[in-house]
Write a protein that binds this ligand. Structure first.
Ligand SMILES: NC(=O)C1=CN([C@@H]2O[C@H](COP(=O)(O)OP(=O)(O)OC[C@H]3O[C@@H](n4cnc5c(N)ncnc54)[C@H](O)[C@@H]3O)[C@@H](O)[C@H]2O)C=CC1
Ligand SMILES: CC(=O)C(=O)O
Ligand SMILES: [Mg+2]
Length: 371
């Protein structure tokens, strides 16, 4: 199969979808891999590394896209990438469609087959291609939030660990999944006073058992959210309803109850964000202030630590990439009930229920298109 790896073009996105190690796995199976010139640079891989693994390094971006059957990316396609996609091509990347109507319509119009990393499942109820980047983003969330608490960033001037004789800062994490647990671990490591809210009692039980009371767990209700808003120096938004737009859990009105200079870190921004006042920001300009509250809403947080993130992401995606290249998308998805929910769009049809629901579009069962 002809596989193409474009250079990512989203603002400050330095990850790459395939490493030289991945290229070697594919070329060893007889596939042809083209990698855009400098695609791996930000993650520490040179064109020569890719060539040594058997890739063709392509400087002409038009030729790269036009010659591809399978396109591997990291971030959701930007407008100029959507314009390059055509019917008969398969795209495998993060999509986050429920938060992006224009992108959804563009992919439908392209006629391409679009498989999302973030809706592939596993036998333990997890999201194996989201989890590595959620781990990164959760760990980064507290670094970013702690920096945002500094006065020069508009923050309240709170140092999370406190000092002897001064209480630590309070961090509340809403959603105790992969992002939430990793954020909580970092905050705990810094010496903050940490609480996790979740709607899943089973998940709170796991966290309580794992952290033995060092992290407080609270069942998420409107009352619990009101209390979190009044008490927290930092709130991390880490909820997910797979494939769907995030619920708005903190409204603009609730910001008035927060201490000025408190910080909201909305990691769930890639699914639309879980705070009413969130809007996507970039690494170039990551924060803004609403009602005195600092908002950090970067939708591609792991891109800033591209070396670690690329290695973590590609460890998880490579087996699926190999299946797509070896078998073609139809058989790869038909053979694996956990890969099948990755299919979001095929030949002008939406094949993921939550995306169809988000925009009132017709839903097609993915099982019906894989034959
Ligand atoms: N901004 C960025 O760069 C990145 C963003 N993300 C995003 O972070 C979000 C969280 O991802 P994961 O932790 O992997 O998901 P997850 O599925 O592991 O965890 C989500 C948790 O939210 C809980 N939840 C759902 N609705 C809730 C509610 N109303 N109140 C409280 N808890 C609720 C669930 O029970 C679950 O425990 C996703 O939107 C993901 O796409 C992930 C990586 C990078
Ligand atoms: C999950 C995601 O959107 C990211 O890693 O950028
Ligand atoms: Mg994202």
């Amino acid at each position: 199969m002809k596989v193409a790896v474009p250079k990512e073009i989203k603002n400050h996105e330095y990850r790459v979808a395939l490493t030289p190690t991945g290229v070697r796995e594919l070329t060893g199976r007889g596939h042809q891999v083209s990698v855009q010139a400098a695609a791996g640079e930000g993650a520490g891989f040179t064109d020569a590394d890719y060539q040594a693994a058997g890739a063709h390094v392509e400087a002409d971006v038009d030729a790269l896209w036009q010659g591809a059957e399978l396109i591997l990316k990291v971030k959701e396609p930007q407008a100029e990438e959507v314009a390059r996609l055509s019917s008969g091509q398969t795209l495998f990347t993060y999509l986050h469609l429920a938060a992006e109507e224009k992108l959804t319509l563009g992919l439908l119009e392209s006629g391409a087959t679009c498989i999302a990393y973030e809706t592939v499942t596993d036998s333990r109820g997890g999201l194996p291609l989201l989890a590595p980047m959620s781990t990164v983003a959760g760990r980064m969330a507290v670094q970013a939030g702690a920096h945002s608490l500094e006065k020069a960033q508009g923050g309240a001037g709170v140092l999370l660990p406190g000092v002897p004789g001064v209480s630590p800062g309070k961090v509340t994490v809403i959603g105790g999944g992969v992002v939430g647990e990793n954020a909580a671990r970092m905050a705990l490591g810094l010496g903050a006073d940490v609480t996790i809210l979740d709607k899943s009692l089973a998940r709170l039980e796991v966290l309580d058992d794992r952290y033995q009371g060092r992290i407080k767990t609270v069942y998420s209700t409107a009352d619990a959210l009101d209390e979190a808003v009044r008490d927290s120096d930092m709130i991390v938004g880490a909820v997910l309803i797979p494939g769907a737009a995030a619920p708005k859990l903190i409204t603009r009105k609730m910001l008035a109850d927060m201490q000025p200079g408190s910080v909201l870190v909305d990691v769930a921004i890639d699914q639309g964000g879980c705070f009413e006042t969130s809007k996507p920001t970039t690494h170039a300009d990551p924060t803004y202030i609403v009602e005195g509250i600092v908002h950090y809403c970067v939708a591609n947080m792991p891109g800033a630590v591209a070396r670690t993130s690329t290695l973590g992401l590609t460890n998880a995606t490579l087996p699926f990439v190999i299946a797509l290249a070896d078998k073609g998308w139809q058989k790869a998805l038909a053979d694996d009930a956990h890969f099948l929910p990755g299919l979001n769009v095929h030949d002008g049809r939406v094949t993921y229920q939550a995306v169809a629901d988000a925009f009132g579009l017709e839903y097609t069962d993915p099982a019906s298109v894989v034959g």
